[in-house]
Design a protein around this ligand. Structure first.
Ligand SMILES: CC(=O)SCCNC(=O)CCNC(=O)[C@H](O)C(C)(C)COP(=O)(O)OP(=O)(O)OC[C@H]1O[C@@H](n2cnc3c(N)ncnc32)[C@H](O)[C@@H]1OP(=O)(O)O
Ligand SMILES: CC(=O)C(=O)O
Length: 528
């Protein structure tokens, strides 16, 4: 099989996904990234839809793209009108692009029920629109909307619609599974028939309503499609579009089909997270290839084999797509997890299968997880626990007393104050601080006391604070787990955990670990 052309529609169909919206500036940033990665086409939007999309086309003209052609999207002209007087078609010309992507109706039912016109008139709309844009010097990609449903309903008419596009000069015809309801064997069979019947290159545009968009794109390519349309992270209308972060590595690594240089593919994970970040959507951890769990190993049996040879539990080397292997520590761990982790964290501890301390740590983790701790997202607490077990760790401070007052005053104002007494080395510090709640007051007081000794803790910011009730049936007596994420611009991010029936105590444990681990990281950094 030859080369496959990658067509990204994150900026158009991707934004039809619920909750997805990009500013014109963000669209430009994404287009530039896609260009750098070697995507062949980037659909920028529908210029006739809104001023933002038109603004994008104005902005992107300022850049010289290396690889990607920017395309403007739109539909065929309205029934009984000519493209020259159709504002939607004129806006494509105004967008100043060299490529237009035009969708037209394939399904007889849509022609009569959505367009409310005749089958003949729809063929004329397709023909006139494609011909007009070709006469204006544009490359035209014709998206045959609902092609597979249309073909199943009335194959003869469906074929007439794409023949109309072909005869009018379309450069590529893309078959769309618009409702995402087709099965791979149907896609495969129909694409094969179309490829045999038309001369122009065929593309595939699959939606994910049966969770088959990636599979349908792959079988379409095997059946002869040479262009794949999709989006980064599978964003798109309803259940989304074919996820190019899966389609591309499947084509390259599994089918050995050329579509992106392998060195560029190493930026795929970063691209996926970048697009999520700009969309303000939390990345999907379990996304194949690029998700943070895609190469995360939890079960002890898996990690044991992985240490012998990673291929035992990994279908590709994670670095090929810019991802990385992670080993998680939990109640499902074996000694292998602990040993791997100690090596990864570069702990110079004598951690091996024969050292009884290794077994002791494993047992302690299982005991604590049974009590509600979760070390998966709390690598800071985990490292401290290991260091304490090996007696190679000195607490940077010791709590002598803590008192927290919360008072509800007039007009509903809640006031909290924490008074803290710590021993740092040989010195005793006694200090107080206010906060908008008891945990905040405690955090402020602890930091105030420690900043005198460790001024750099000012840079360690609390990035996330999560409370999880572990046994809801116990009502307000319930045990809670507190997970804290701390961030420092020099040291990065780390998680810590605390568990107690008292939310202040659980928060204290996670908070103390957060700062103690930050101090440990800082010490290691300075000693480098
Ligand atoms: C399968 C897809 O994903 S196609 C892309 C879908 N994306 C979007 O709809 C997002 C952008 N859309 C928009 O901004 C608006 O819908 C606009 C500006 C395009 C149109 O807005 P309006 O003129 O108010 O029309 P409205 O959205 O209510 O209805 C769509 C019109 O397009 C017509 N239409 C639909 N497909 C086609 C087509 N292939 N060719 C010509 N007209 C079409 C419909 O029949 C309807 O016209 P009607 O009201 O005369 O029946
Ligand atoms: C064109 C398009 O987005 C579709 O048919 O799904």
């Amino acid at each position: 099989m030859g080369k496959v052309i990658l067509y990204d529609t994150t900026l158009r169909d991707g934004t039809q996904g619920e909750g997805i919206s990009f500013s014109a500036e963000d669209k430009v940033k994404i287009a530039l990234k896609l260009d750098k990665m070697g995507f062949h086409y980037v659909e920028g939007g529908w210029p006739g839809s809104n001023p933002k999309d038109m603004e994008f086309f104005r902005m992107i003209r300022e850049y010289n793209l290396e690889h990607a052609k920017i395309t403007a999207f739109g539909c065929t002209c309205k029934p009984q009108t000519s493209p020259a007087e159709d504002p939607n078609i004129q806006s494509i010309l105004e967008a100043g692009v060299q490529v237009a992507t035009i969708f037209g109706k394939t399904w007889d039912f849509h022609v009569t029920h959505a367009l409310k016109t005749t089958l003949e008139e729809n063929l004329k709309m397709i023909r006139d629109t494609v011909k007009y844009l070709k006469s204006r010097g544009l490359e035209v990609i014709y998206d045959a909307e609902h092609f597979f449903d249309g073909y199943k309903s009335n194959a003869d008419y469906a074929m007439k619609t794409i023949k109309a596009a072909e005869e009018a000069g379309a450069d590529t015809i893309c078959l769309c599974d618009t409702n995402g309801g087709s099965m791979p064997h149907e896609i495969s069979e129909i694409v094969r028939r179309v490829v045999d019947a038309v001369q122009v290159p065929i593309g595939i545009h699959a939606h994910n309503d049966c969770e088959l968009a990636v599979a349908n794109s792959i079988v379409a390519v095997q059946a002869g499609a040479v262009q794949v349309q999709g989006t980064i992270n599978g964003f798109g209308e309803r259940c989304g579009n074919a996820n190019l972060c899966s389609v591309i590595p499947n084509l390259v690594f599994k089918l050995k089909i050329d579509c992106m240089d392998r060195d560029k593919l190493q930026a795929l994970t970063e691209l996926s997270r970048y697009v999520s970040e700009l969309a303000n959507v939390h990345p999907d951890n379990s996304q194949p290839y690029v998700g943070s769990s895609a190469f995360a190993h939890k079960g002890g049996v898996h990690v044991s084999a992985l240490l012998k040879n990673p291929e035992t539990y990994e279908h590709i080397e994670p670095g090929l797509v810019g991802n990385s292997r992670r080993v998680l520590v939990s109640e499902l761990s074996g000694m292998s997890n602990i040993i791997y982790k100690a090596e990864e964290l570069d702990l110079d501890l004598d951690m091996n299968r024969t050292n009884p301390e290794t077994k002791k740590i494993l047992e302690q983790i299982k005991y604590l997880e049974n009590k509600g701790f979760q070390f998966e997202g709390a690598e800071g607490s985990f490292e401290l626990l290991m260091r304490k077990a090996f007696n190679g760790y000195h607490e940077p401070f010791e709590l002598l007393a803590l008192r927290i007052i919360t008072e509800k005053r007039e007009a509903g104002v809640i006031y909290s104050e924490a008074i803290i007494k710590l021993k740092v080395g040989e010195e005793i510090v006694h200090t107080a601080a206010e906060g908008n709640g008891p945990v905040n007051a405690m955090d402020n007081a602890l930091r105030k006391a420690l900043e005198v000794f460790y001024p750099f803790i000012r840079d360690m910011k609390l990035a996330d604070y999560k409370v999880r009730v572990l046994d809801g049936n116990a009502g307000t007596r319930a045990q809670v787990r507190v997970l804290i994420e701390t961030h420092d611009k020099e040291l990065g991010s780390w998680g810590t955990v605390g568990v107690s029936e008292n939310i202040i105590e659980a928060s204290w444990q996670a908070l103390v670990d957060s700062l103690a681990y930050g101090l440990l990281k800082k010490k290691k950094e300075t000693e480098k």
